[in-house]
Design a protein around this ligand. Structure first.
Ligand code: SF4
Ligand code: SF4
Length: 159
């Protein structure tokens, strides 16, 4: 019988106090990083972004790196983005944290699909911003499921 995989709860509300977070996390089963978006970026576009109809972040991007999926969710093409931060500055809701698209050294990016990395990520993050979590999605507590191993606490604008 295989052991149940650990899950984390990332408190995006608390993490907003740490705009220059020294670590970040991805969710992958392979070693490649190219083209991958971090967990914070995935969570931000999934839960924080208001999916503006005329999305100024998309129009301002000089590299055509942002686009909308059919669901209205914005996604960033990591390989096109030149990290100019224009989208961060123009967003009228302050959705995008200043350091969101910065590239961090490989040894500061933890793979949450890996048990040891997951625990190291918890230790490396400011206290109580990322914790082990055994629960499920719970909108009443502002907790939402991002993937099999990650839940996010966020004030979702349309809930
Ligand atoms: S401008 Fe801000 S809130 Fe609107 S779609 Fe872009 S990131 Fe989301
Ligand atoms: S940081 Fe600049 S290049 Fe990257 S998505 Fe935002 S506006 Fe486009």
């Amino acid at each position: 019988m295989c052991a149940m995989k650990k899950k984390v709860l990332i408190d995006m509300i608390k993490l907003r106090d740490y705009e220059d977070l020294p670590v970040d996390a991805i969710f992958t089963s392979g070693p490649a990083l190219n083209g991958l978006r971090t967990i914070r970026e995935e969570a931000t576009f999934e839960f924080t972004c208001r999916r503006c109809e005329d999305a100024p972040c998309i129009s301002v991007c000089p590299a055509d790196a942002l686009e909308k999926e059919a669901s209205g969710r914005v996604i960033r093409n990591v390989n096109l983005c030149v990290r100019c931060k224009s989208c961060i500055m123009i967003c009228p809701f302050g959705t995008l944290m200043d350091d969101l698209f910065e590239i961090k050294p490989r040894d500061r990016i933890f793979d949450l699909n890996d048990e040891k990395d997951l625990e190291a990520f918890i230790r490396a993050c400011p206290e109580e911003t990322v914790t082990l979590y055994e629960g499920e999605e719970d909108p009443g507590e502002h907790i939402y499921r991002l993937n099999d191993r990650v839940c996010v606490k966020e004030l979702v604008w349309n809930q």
